[in-house]
Design a protein. Structure first.
Length: 418
Protein backbone atom coordinates (compact mmCIF):
# COMPACT_ATOMS: atom_id res chain seq x y z
CA UNK A 1 0.00 0.00 0.00
CA UNK A 2 1.38 3.42 -0.95
CA UNK A 3 0.49 7.09 -1.49
CA UNK A 4 2.32 8.87 -4.33
CA UNK A 5 2.18 12.68 -4.71
CA UNK A 6 3.06 14.18 -8.11
CA UNK A 7 3.17 17.98 -8.32
CA UNK A 8 2.71 20.22 -11.38
CA UNK A 9 2.13 17.66 -14.15
CA UNK A 10 1.96 19.16 -17.67
CA UNK A 11 1.25 16.12 -19.83
CA UNK A 12 -0.12 12.58 -19.57
CA UNK A 13 2.31 9.81 -18.76
CA UNK A 14 1.94 6.07 -18.18
CA UNK A 15 2.33 5.23 -14.49
CA UNK A 16 2.94 1.55 -15.18
CA UNK A 17 5.85 2.29 -17.54
CA UNK A 18 7.40 4.30 -14.71
CA UNK A 19 7.10 1.21 -12.50
CA UNK A 20 4.14 2.47 -10.47
CA UNK A 21 1.34 -0.12 -10.06
CA UNK A 22 -2.10 1.30 -10.69
CA UNK A 23 -3.97 2.08 -7.46
CA UNK A 24 -7.14 0.06 -6.95
CA UNK A 25 -9.70 -0.42 -4.19
CA UNK A 26 -8.10 -3.79 -3.60
CA UNK A 27 -4.56 -2.60 -2.89
CA UNK A 28 -5.71 0.58 -1.12
CA UNK A 29 -3.03 2.72 -2.78
CA UNK A 30 -3.47 6.33 -3.91
CA UNK A 31 -1.87 8.55 -6.56
CA UNK A 32 -2.45 12.26 -6.03
CA UNK A 33 -1.31 14.79 -8.61
CA UNK A 34 -1.68 18.50 -9.34
CA UNK A 35 -1.86 20.14 -12.75
CA UNK A 36 -2.83 23.48 -14.22
CA UNK A 37 -4.32 21.77 -17.27
CA UNK A 38 -7.83 20.33 -17.16
CA UNK A 39 -7.21 18.14 -20.21
CA UNK A 40 -4.26 16.46 -18.45
CA UNK A 41 -6.51 15.91 -15.43
CA UNK A 42 -9.06 14.14 -17.62
CA UNK A 43 -6.42 12.01 -19.36
CA UNK A 44 -4.81 10.90 -16.12
CA UNK A 45 -8.11 10.38 -14.30
CA UNK A 46 -11.21 9.89 -16.50
CA UNK A 47 -13.45 9.75 -13.41
CA UNK A 48 -14.32 13.44 -13.01
CA UNK A 49 -15.79 12.82 -9.54
CA UNK A 50 -12.25 12.42 -8.24
CA UNK A 51 -11.04 15.72 -9.70
CA UNK A 52 -10.88 18.69 -7.34
CA UNK A 53 -10.67 22.21 -8.75
CA UNK A 54 -8.65 24.53 -6.53
CA UNK A 55 -10.49 27.85 -6.48
CA UNK A 56 -9.04 31.28 -5.73
CA UNK A 57 -8.75 32.10 -2.04
CA UNK A 58 -11.79 33.76 -0.42
CA UNK A 59 -11.21 37.35 0.84
CA UNK A 60 -10.51 36.40 4.47
CA UNK A 61 -7.93 33.73 3.66
CA UNK A 62 -6.39 35.92 0.96
CA UNK A 63 -5.83 38.76 3.44
CA UNK A 64 -4.37 36.34 6.00
CA UNK A 65 -1.81 35.04 3.47
CA UNK A 66 -0.97 38.58 2.37
CA UNK A 67 -0.53 39.68 6.00
CA UNK A 68 1.92 36.81 6.60
CA UNK A 69 4.12 38.05 3.75
CA UNK A 70 3.87 41.80 4.31
CA UNK A 71 4.18 41.58 8.10
CA UNK A 72 1.74 42.82 10.75
CA UNK A 73 4.24 45.50 11.80
CA UNK A 74 4.02 47.16 8.38
CA UNK A 75 0.21 47.07 8.44
CA UNK A 76 0.22 48.84 11.81
CA UNK A 77 2.61 51.63 10.81
CA UNK A 78 -0.30 53.95 9.95
CA UNK A 79 -4.06 53.78 10.64
CA UNK A 80 -4.86 53.94 6.90
CA UNK A 81 -2.52 51.18 5.73
CA UNK A 82 -4.68 48.24 6.80
CA UNK A 83 -7.65 49.52 4.78
CA UNK A 84 -5.39 50.20 1.79
CA UNK A 85 -3.95 46.69 2.14
CA UNK A 86 -7.46 45.29 1.69
CA UNK A 87 -7.66 47.09 -1.66
CA UNK A 88 -4.30 45.62 -2.71
CA UNK A 89 -5.50 42.14 -1.73
CA UNK A 90 -8.67 42.66 -3.76
CA UNK A 91 -6.57 43.44 -6.85
CA UNK A 92 -4.72 40.12 -6.40
CA UNK A 93 -8.10 38.40 -6.89
CA UNK A 94 -7.35 35.48 -4.56
CA UNK A 95 -4.33 34.19 -6.47
CA UNK A 96 -1.80 32.90 -3.90
CA UNK A 97 1.25 33.55 -6.10
CA UNK A 98 0.22 37.19 -6.55
CA UNK A 99 -0.56 37.63 -2.85
CA UNK A 100 2.84 36.22 -1.87
CA UNK A 101 4.88 38.15 -4.45
CA UNK A 102 3.18 41.51 -3.98
CA UNK A 103 3.02 41.00 -0.20
CA UNK A 104 6.80 40.64 -0.13
CA UNK A 105 7.20 43.70 -2.36
CA UNK A 106 5.04 45.80 -0.01
CA UNK A 107 6.74 44.66 3.22
CA UNK A 108 8.99 47.73 3.26
CA UNK A 109 6.29 50.28 2.36
CA UNK A 110 5.46 52.23 5.51
CA UNK A 111 3.42 55.23 4.29
CA UNK A 112 -0.14 55.52 2.92
CA UNK A 113 1.22 57.31 -0.17
CA UNK A 114 3.25 54.23 -1.14
CA UNK A 115 0.24 51.98 -0.67
CA UNK A 116 -2.02 54.27 -2.70
CA UNK A 117 0.52 54.20 -5.50
CA UNK A 118 0.56 50.40 -5.35
CA UNK A 119 -3.22 50.29 -5.76
CA UNK A 120 -3.01 52.69 -8.71
CA UNK A 121 -0.35 50.55 -10.39
CA UNK A 122 -2.34 47.35 -9.93
CA UNK A 123 -5.51 48.92 -11.31
CA UNK A 124 -3.63 50.10 -14.39
CA UNK A 125 -2.31 46.58 -15.06
CA UNK A 126 1.34 47.62 -14.67
CA UNK A 127 2.15 45.27 -11.79
CA UNK A 128 5.48 44.30 -13.36
CA UNK A 129 7.04 47.37 -11.68
CA UNK A 130 6.80 45.53 -8.34
CA UNK A 131 10.01 43.72 -7.30
CA UNK A 132 9.67 40.02 -8.10
CA UNK A 133 6.60 40.34 -10.31
CA UNK A 134 8.30 40.74 -13.69
CA UNK A 135 11.19 38.38 -12.88
CA UNK A 136 9.50 35.75 -10.69
CA UNK A 137 5.70 35.72 -10.68
CA UNK A 138 4.88 36.34 -14.34
CA UNK A 139 7.50 33.87 -15.67
CA UNK A 140 6.00 31.15 -13.45
CA UNK A 141 2.51 31.87 -14.75
CA UNK A 142 3.82 32.23 -18.32
CA UNK A 143 4.67 28.53 -18.50
CA UNK A 144 0.97 27.85 -19.15
CA UNK A 145 1.17 30.28 -22.06
CA UNK A 146 4.40 28.73 -23.36
CA UNK A 147 2.71 25.31 -23.48
CA UNK A 148 -0.07 26.49 -25.82
CA UNK A 149 -0.27 24.67 -29.14
CA UNK A 150 1.01 27.34 -31.55
CA UNK A 151 1.55 31.06 -32.14
CA UNK A 152 -2.02 31.61 -33.37
CA UNK A 153 -3.46 30.23 -30.12
CA UNK A 154 -1.04 32.41 -28.16
CA UNK A 155 -2.16 35.48 -30.13
CA UNK A 156 -5.81 34.60 -29.45
CA UNK A 157 -5.01 34.45 -25.72
CA UNK A 158 -3.20 37.80 -25.70
CA UNK A 159 -6.13 39.35 -27.60
CA UNK A 160 -8.37 38.73 -24.57
CA UNK A 161 -6.33 41.25 -22.55
CA UNK A 162 -7.79 44.07 -24.66
CA UNK A 163 -10.99 43.78 -22.65
CA UNK A 164 -11.25 45.57 -19.29
CA UNK A 165 -10.41 43.96 -15.97
CA UNK A 166 -13.23 41.73 -14.68
CA UNK A 167 -14.98 41.98 -18.05
CA UNK A 168 -17.35 39.17 -18.97
CA UNK A 169 -16.56 38.50 -22.64
CA UNK A 170 -19.11 37.06 -25.04
CA UNK A 171 -17.57 34.08 -26.84
CA UNK A 172 -19.10 34.80 -30.25
CA UNK A 173 -18.06 38.45 -30.11
CA UNK A 174 -14.48 37.47 -29.29
CA UNK A 175 -14.31 34.81 -32.00
CA UNK A 176 -15.58 37.21 -34.67
CA UNK A 177 -12.87 39.68 -33.65
CA UNK A 178 -10.28 36.90 -33.99
CA UNK A 179 -11.65 36.15 -37.45
CA UNK A 180 -11.58 39.84 -38.40
CA UNK A 181 -7.94 40.12 -37.36
CA UNK A 182 -7.00 37.09 -39.42
CA UNK A 183 -6.09 34.86 -36.49
CA UNK A 184 -8.24 32.05 -37.90
CA UNK A 185 -7.42 32.62 -41.57
CA UNK A 186 -6.46 29.00 -42.19
CA UNK A 187 -10.19 28.20 -42.30
CA UNK A 188 -11.84 29.09 -45.60
CA UNK A 189 -15.45 29.15 -44.40
CA UNK A 190 -17.07 30.95 -41.48
CA UNK A 191 -18.53 27.86 -39.83
CA UNK A 192 -15.16 26.14 -39.67
CA UNK A 193 -13.46 29.28 -38.33
CA UNK A 194 -16.08 29.67 -35.60
CA UNK A 195 -15.73 26.02 -34.58
CA UNK A 196 -11.96 26.50 -34.41
CA UNK A 197 -12.52 29.60 -32.26
CA UNK A 198 -14.63 27.65 -29.77
CA UNK A 199 -11.98 24.92 -29.72
CA UNK A 200 -9.30 27.50 -28.87
CA UNK A 201 -11.44 28.96 -26.09
CA UNK A 202 -11.86 25.45 -24.69
CA UNK A 203 -8.11 24.87 -24.75
CA UNK A 204 -7.49 28.19 -22.97
CA UNK A 205 -10.02 27.22 -20.30
CA UNK A 206 -8.31 23.82 -19.96
CA UNK A 207 -5.00 25.64 -19.46
CA UNK A 208 -6.60 27.79 -16.71
CA UNK A 209 -5.85 30.91 -18.75
CA UNK A 210 -9.55 31.73 -19.14
CA UNK A 211 -12.49 31.11 -16.83
CA UNK A 212 -15.85 29.83 -18.02
CA UNK A 213 -18.91 31.95 -17.21
CA UNK A 214 -22.00 30.02 -18.18
CA UNK A 215 -22.32 28.64 -21.70
CA UNK A 216 -21.74 31.80 -23.72
CA UNK A 217 -19.22 33.91 -21.84
CA UNK A 218 -15.68 33.74 -20.51
CA UNK A 219 -13.53 35.87 -18.23
CA UNK A 220 -9.81 36.43 -17.72
CA UNK A 221 -8.46 36.46 -14.16
CA UNK A 222 -7.07 39.90 -13.28
CA UNK A 223 -3.54 38.63 -12.66
CA UNK A 224 -3.57 36.48 -15.81
CA UNK A 225 -4.61 39.60 -17.74
CA UNK A 226 -1.70 41.53 -16.22
CA UNK A 227 0.61 38.72 -17.30
CA UNK A 228 -0.82 38.80 -20.84
CA UNK A 229 -0.16 42.54 -21.10
CA UNK A 230 3.35 41.96 -19.75
CA UNK A 231 3.97 39.31 -22.42
CA UNK A 232 2.63 41.63 -25.13
CA UNK A 233 4.92 44.39 -23.87
CA UNK A 234 7.93 42.07 -24.05
CA UNK A 235 7.11 40.72 -27.51
CA UNK A 236 6.63 42.14 -30.99
CA UNK A 237 2.85 42.26 -30.50
CA UNK A 238 2.70 45.86 -29.30
CA UNK A 239 -0.50 46.67 -27.43
CA UNK A 240 -1.87 49.94 -26.09
CA UNK A 241 -4.49 49.08 -23.48
CA UNK A 242 -6.23 51.65 -21.29
CA UNK A 243 -9.64 50.02 -21.00
CA UNK A 244 -11.90 50.71 -18.03
CA UNK A 245 -9.58 53.27 -16.39
CA UNK A 246 -11.87 56.34 -16.46
CA UNK A 247 -10.09 58.15 -19.32
CA UNK A 248 -11.85 61.40 -20.23
CA UNK A 249 -9.72 62.31 -23.24
CA UNK A 250 -8.15 60.35 -26.05
CA UNK A 251 -4.57 59.27 -25.29
CA UNK A 252 -1.80 61.53 -26.59
CA UNK A 253 1.99 61.75 -26.84
CA UNK A 254 2.54 58.13 -27.79
CA UNK A 255 4.65 56.58 -30.51
CA UNK A 256 1.78 54.97 -32.34
CA UNK A 257 3.83 53.56 -35.22
CA UNK A 258 4.49 50.21 -33.52
CA UNK A 259 1.05 49.66 -31.99
CA UNK A 260 -0.82 46.69 -33.46
CA UNK A 261 -3.81 46.54 -31.10
CA UNK A 262 -5.37 49.39 -29.15
CA UNK A 263 -8.18 49.32 -26.59
CA UNK A 264 -9.61 52.34 -24.81
CA UNK A 265 -13.05 50.81 -24.31
CA UNK A 266 -15.15 51.34 -21.16
CA UNK A 267 -14.03 54.92 -20.52
CA UNK A 268 -15.50 58.44 -20.49
CA UNK A 269 -14.06 59.80 -23.75
CA UNK A 270 -16.39 62.23 -25.55
CA UNK A 271 -14.35 63.55 -28.47
CA UNK A 272 -11.74 62.12 -30.83
CA UNK A 273 -10.19 65.28 -32.28
CA UNK A 274 -6.51 64.35 -32.68
CA UNK A 275 -5.33 62.38 -35.69
CA UNK A 276 -3.38 59.24 -34.82
CA UNK A 277 -0.80 57.93 -37.28
CA UNK A 278 -1.05 54.18 -36.71
CA UNK A 279 0.31 52.49 -39.84
CA UNK A 280 0.36 49.01 -38.26
CA UNK A 281 -2.83 49.13 -36.18
CA UNK A 282 -5.10 46.12 -36.80
CA UNK A 283 -7.64 46.28 -33.94
CA UNK A 284 -9.17 49.40 -32.36
CA UNK A 285 -11.66 49.09 -29.49
CA UNK A 286 -13.53 52.35 -28.76
CA UNK A 287 -16.74 50.82 -27.41
CA UNK A 288 -18.59 51.85 -24.24
CA UNK A 289 -17.40 55.44 -24.11
CA UNK A 290 -19.40 58.67 -24.36
CA UNK A 291 -18.34 59.54 -27.88
CA UNK A 292 -20.08 62.48 -29.50
CA UNK A 293 -17.59 63.70 -32.10
CA UNK A 294 -15.07 61.86 -34.27
CA UNK A 295 -13.27 64.23 -36.65
CA UNK A 296 -13.43 63.31 -40.33
CA UNK A 297 -9.68 62.72 -40.60
CA UNK A 298 -9.39 60.52 -37.51
CA UNK A 299 -9.13 57.27 -39.49
CA UNK A 300 -6.93 58.63 -42.32
CA UNK A 301 -3.68 56.99 -41.20
CA UNK A 302 -4.82 53.50 -40.20
CA UNK A 303 -4.43 51.63 -43.50
CA UNK A 304 -4.07 48.19 -41.86
CA UNK A 305 -7.05 48.41 -39.49
CA UNK A 306 -9.16 45.25 -39.67
CA UNK A 307 -11.33 45.36 -36.53
CA UNK A 308 -13.17 48.50 -35.34
CA UNK A 309 -15.59 48.51 -32.40
CA UNK A 310 -17.61 51.69 -31.76
CA UNK A 311 -20.49 49.93 -29.99
CA UNK A 312 -22.38 51.21 -26.95
CA UNK A 313 -21.67 54.89 -27.65
CA UNK A 314 -25.21 56.16 -27.16
CA UNK A 315 -24.23 59.79 -27.84
CA UNK A 316 -22.71 58.99 -31.23
CA UNK A 317 -25.11 60.22 -33.92
CA UNK A 318 -22.85 60.55 -36.94
CA UNK A 319 -19.92 58.64 -38.42
CA UNK A 320 -17.00 60.56 -39.96
CA UNK A 321 -16.81 60.30 -43.73
CA UNK A 322 -13.13 59.41 -43.30
CA UNK A 323 -14.19 55.95 -42.13
CA UNK A 324 -14.20 55.10 -45.83
CA UNK A 325 -10.40 55.23 -45.77
CA UNK A 326 -10.28 52.00 -43.75
CA UNK A 327 -9.88 49.88 -46.87
CA UNK A 328 -8.57 46.85 -44.93
CA UNK A 329 -11.51 46.79 -42.49
CA UNK A 330 -13.21 43.41 -42.10
CA UNK A 331 -15.10 43.81 -38.81
CA UNK A 332 -17.26 46.85 -37.93
CA UNK A 333 -19.41 46.98 -34.79
CA UNK A 334 -21.80 49.95 -34.57
CA UNK A 335 -24.38 48.32 -32.28
CA UNK A 336 -26.09 50.32 -29.55
CA UNK A 337 -25.22 53.69 -31.09
CA UNK A 338 -27.57 56.49 -32.13
CA UNK A 339 -26.21 56.93 -35.64
CA UNK A 340 -28.90 58.15 -38.04
CA UNK A 341 -27.32 57.17 -41.32
CA UNK A 342 -24.40 55.27 -42.78
CA UNK A 343 -22.17 57.53 -44.90
CA UNK A 344 -21.96 56.67 -48.58
CA UNK A 345 -18.16 56.55 -48.15
CA UNK A 346 -18.56 53.13 -46.51
CA UNK A 347 -18.85 51.71 -50.03
CA UNK A 348 -15.06 51.73 -50.12
CA UNK A 349 -14.93 48.98 -47.47
CA UNK A 350 -14.70 46.17 -50.01
CA UNK A 351 -13.20 43.71 -47.51
CA UNK A 352 -15.95 44.05 -44.90
CA UNK A 353 -17.11 40.64 -43.66
CA UNK A 354 -18.84 41.49 -40.37
CA UNK A 355 -21.28 44.37 -39.80
CA UNK A 356 -23.18 44.77 -36.53
CA UNK A 357 -26.03 47.30 -36.51
CA UNK A 358 -28.02 45.79 -33.64
CA UNK A 359 -30.10 48.22 -31.54
CA UNK A 360 -29.31 51.20 -33.78
CA UNK A 361 -32.83 52.44 -33.17
CA UNK A 362 -32.34 55.81 -34.88
CA UNK A 363 -30.78 54.49 -38.06
CA UNK A 364 -32.94 55.59 -40.99
CA UNK A 365 -30.63 55.86 -43.99
CA UNK A 366 -28.43 53.17 -45.55
CA UNK A 367 -27.82 54.56 -49.07
CA UNK A 368 -27.80 51.23 -50.99
CA UNK A 369 -24.66 50.20 -49.15
CA UNK A 370 -25.32 46.64 -48.09
CA UNK A 371 -25.06 45.20 -51.59
CA UNK A 372 -21.62 46.80 -52.05
CA UNK A 373 -20.22 44.64 -49.24
CA UNK A 374 -19.76 41.66 -51.54
CA UNK A 375 -17.66 39.70 -49.01
CA UNK A 376 -20.10 40.16 -46.12
CA UNK A 377 -20.57 37.00 -44.04
CA UNK A 378 -22.32 38.32 -40.92
CA UNK A 379 -25.01 41.01 -40.83
CA UNK A 380 -26.63 41.74 -37.48
CA UNK A 381 -29.64 44.06 -37.51
CA UNK A 382 -31.80 42.85 -34.63
CA UNK A 383 -33.55 45.85 -33.08
CA UNK A 384 -32.43 48.13 -35.92
CA UNK A 385 -35.20 50.43 -37.14
CA UNK A 386 -34.16 50.46 -40.79
CA UNK A 387 -36.73 48.95 -43.14
CA UNK A 388 -36.25 45.21 -43.45
CA UNK A 389 -37.67 45.07 -46.96
CA UNK A 390 -34.93 47.34 -48.31
CA UNK A 391 -32.23 45.21 -46.69
CA UNK A 392 -33.70 42.00 -48.07
CA UNK A 393 -33.73 43.44 -51.59
CA UNK A 394 -29.98 44.05 -51.40
CA UNK A 395 -29.22 40.62 -49.97
CA UNK A 396 -29.40 39.01 -53.41
CA UNK A 397 -25.87 40.26 -54.04
CA UNK A 398 -24.43 38.86 -50.79
CA UNK A 399 -23.22 35.46 -51.94
CA UNK A 400 -21.16 34.79 -48.79
CA UNK A 401 -23.74 35.82 -46.18
CA UNK A 402 -23.85 33.15 -43.50
CA UNK A 403 -25.44 34.86 -40.48
CA UNK A 404 -28.35 37.30 -40.56
CA UNK A 405 -30.26 38.64 -37.55
CA UNK A 406 -33.12 40.97 -38.32
CA UNK A 407 -36.32 42.24 -36.69
CA UNK A 408 -39.60 42.23 -38.59
CA UNK A 409 -42.02 44.91 -37.42
CA UNK A 410 -45.09 43.44 -39.13
CA UNK A 411 -46.42 40.12 -40.40
CA UNK A 412 -46.57 41.54 -43.93
CA UNK A 413 -42.80 42.18 -43.84
CA UNK A 414 -42.21 38.63 -42.69
CA UNK A 415 -44.51 37.15 -45.35
CA UNK A 416 -42.75 39.17 -48.03
CA UNK A 417 -39.38 37.89 -46.86
CA UNK A 418 -40.57 34.29 -46.99
Amino acid sequence: KFALLLDDIWEWFDLTRAGVPLPTQGNGSKVIFTTRRRDVCCQMQPNMDNNIRVESLPPGEAFKLFEEKVGSETLQMHPDICKLAEAVVEECAGLPLALITIGRAMASKRTPHEWKYAIEVLRQSTASVFPGVGKEMFPKLKFSYDCLADEKVKSCFLYCSLYPEDKSIEKDELIHCWIGEGLLDEHTNLSSARNRGHFIIGSLIDACLLEKQGNHRIKMHDVIRDMALWIAGESEEKFFVKSGVQLKEQPKDKKWEEVIRMSVMDNLIENLTDILACPNLQTLFLGRNRLKVIINDFFNFMPMLRVLDLSHNMNLKELPVGIGNLVSLEHLNLSFTHIRKLPIELKALKNLKYLNLERTRRLRIIPQLISSFSKLQVLKMEGCCYQCSLVLEEMEHLNYLNVLTITFTSTSELEKAL
